[in-house]
Ligand binder design. Structure first.
Ligand code: GLP
Length: 243
C-alpha cells in the first residue's frame, strides 16, 4: 500500500491526476475505472486542463464506471451518466464508443449485470481503478454487509448512503433506493487501484478501513489485500493515521 499525503482537496486532486495521467501516457489505450461523487471532481478538472494544454490524449482510452442508480435515465442530471459527461467526457477527446457505464434503466437488470462484467473482460480488464470512499466504508455502491460481493450486482442502498447522497437531489425521498455496482471482486481484479479521500468526516472510517480488520462490514478494508493499492488523502482525512 502506498499512501501520499496532500495538504487539501486541490493538492489531493492534482497528485491523483498525476498518477492517472501517467497511466494514460504509459499506456494510451488503457482501461480506466472511473468514479463519481465529490471526491473525483477536482481530478477530472485537472485532467481536462492538461488535455487542453495538449499534454493528454484520451482518443484511445477506454473507461468503465463503478456504478449507476437504478431507474434514473441517463439524461437525468442526477444520473452518473450525466455526471461523467458533464465532468469529463464532454470536455476531452474520448471516443464515446469506449465509454462503459451500467444502464440503470435496463428492464433486464440481471442481464445488465452479466453483460457489464463481460464488457469489462472483453476490453482486457481494468488497468487503474479510481475510487472514492463512502462515509460508511463503501466502495462503488458495495454497502457494508455479511460477505464481499464478487461481481456486478444490484444493491439496496444503506440509509446512511441515501442521507449522504441526498445533497445531489431535491430531498432524501428523491434518492433512488437501489443501484447497480461493480462487485468487490470486479474492483479487486483491477491491476492498480487509486483511492482519493479528503476531509475530517472520513478520517475515522479511513483508518478503520486501512488499519482495522478486513471485513465486509467495512467494504473498503478489502483494499488492504490488493497488490497495487495507492491512497492519496489530505491531512484532515489522515488525521488518525500515522503516515
Ligand atoms: C457514492 C458513490 C461512490 C463514492 C461515494 C463517496 O455513494 N457511489 O462511488 O465513492 O459516494 O462520495 P463522495 O466522493 O461524494 O464523498
Amino acid at each position: 500500500m502506498k499512501i501520499y499525503r496532500a495538504h487539501n482537496y486541490q493538492d489531493m486532486s492534482r497528485k491523483a491526476a498525476n498518477i492517472l495521467s501517467a497511466q494514460i501516457i504509459i499506456k494510451p489505450d488503457c482501461v480506466l475505472g472511473l468514479a463519481t461523487g465529490s471526491s473525483p471532481i477536482g481530478i477530472y478538472d485537472q485532467l481536462v486542463e492538461w488535455y487542453k494544454k495538449d499534454d493528454l490524449d484520451f482518443s484511445r482510452v477506454k473507461t468503465v464506471n463503478l456504478d449507476e442508480y437504478v431507474g434514473i435515465d441517463e439524461d437525468n442530471p442526477q444520473s452518473y451518466h450525466y455526471f461523467m459527461k458533464q465532468n469529463l467526457f464532454s470536455r476531452v477527446n474520448i471516443d464515446m464508443k469506449n465509454v462503459h457505464i451500467p444502464e440503470g434503466t435496463n428492464p433486464d437488470m440481471e442481464g445488465e449485470c452479466l453483460s457489464y462484467e463481460r464488457a469489462i473482460e472483453s476490453i482486457g480488464g481494468i488497468d487503474m481503478q479510481l475510487l472514492g470512499l463512502g462515509p460508511n466504508g463503501h466502495i462503488g455502491f458495495n454497502e457494508p454487509g455479511e460477505c464481499f460481493t464478487r461481481k456486478t450486482h444490484i444493491v439496496d442502498l444503506a440509509e446512511s448512503t441515501i442521507e449522504a447522497n441526498k445533497r445531489f437531489f431535491e430531498d432524501a425521498s428523491q434518492v433512488p433506493r437501489q443501484a447497480i455496482t461493480m462487485g468487490i471482486g470486479t474492483i479487486m481484479k483491477a491491476k492498480k487501484i487509486l483511492m482519493v479521500v479528503d476531509g475530517e468526516k472520513k478520517a475515522k472510517v479511513l483508518k478503520e478501513a486501512l488499519t482495522g480488520e478486513v471485513t465486509p462490514k467495512v467494504p473498503a478494508s478489502i483494499l488492504q489485500l490488493h497488490p497495487d493499492f495507492t491512497l492519496v488523502a489530505d491531512d484532515e482525512a489522515l488525521k488518525y493515521m500515522n503516515v
